[in-house]
Design a binder for this molecule. Structure first.
Ligand SMILES: [Zn+2]
Ligand SMILES: [Zn+2]
Length: 163
């Protein structure tokens, strides 16, 4: 195994890659705790019929938001936002960049000394994940993952639903 392959095997691919972030684990515990409190204590304790109706309606809305948070947060954590060039062999890179392409920007590559690889000029290196991320927005401790072009939409929606 040469140095390049060794470096590539060390890259964090998504937010489920160990070590998990304590903030990430805490966020899942808080969501689970809220769910238990809401459904096991709040709903059964409701007294009158009207209050009961409101409680049931709110529990459906609450449940829908919970499912939406779980799905979007899972996708934002699971998706790999890395620069795709990191996972290409030198042969694949050559093949890709000698073909005529529609977008001239796709030709532009920089060399990242930390990744020891060519990456797109719009990628930035995340020191926590040890990889370059295409259109890096930020490193999210709650998802234990970088937020970039591939998963920005899901992170944004997970944030919206948790409000
Ligand atoms: Zn890099
Ligand atoms: Zn990162």
């Amino acid at each position: 195994m040469n140095l390049n392959n060794f470096m590539k095997s060390e890259i964090t691919r998504n937010g489920f890659t160990c070590p998990l972030n304590p903030a990430q684990i805490a966020s899942w515990i808080v969501i689970a705790f809220n769910t238990i409190i809401f459904y096991c204590i709040q709903v059964p304790l409701s007294p009158s019929v009207i209050v009961l109706f409101i409680r049931h309606a709110s529990s459906i809305i609450f449940g829908t938001f919970l499912i939406a948070i779980a799905i979007t947060a899972y996708l934002a954590t699971k998706l790999n936002p890395s620069d795709p060039h990191l996972f290409m062999s030198p042969e694949e890179l050559c093949k890709q960049y000698t073909k005529p392409r529609k977008l001239k920007d796709e030709h532009k590559l920089d060399f990242c000394h930390l990744c020891q690889s060519f990456v797109g000029t719009e990628s930035h290196h995340c020191t926590q994940c040890n990889r370059c991320v295409y259109k890096l927005d930020h490193h999210c401790i709650w998802m234990n993952n970088c937020i970039g072009y591939n998963n920005y939409m899901y992170c944004d929606k997970a944030g919206f639903f948790s409000l």
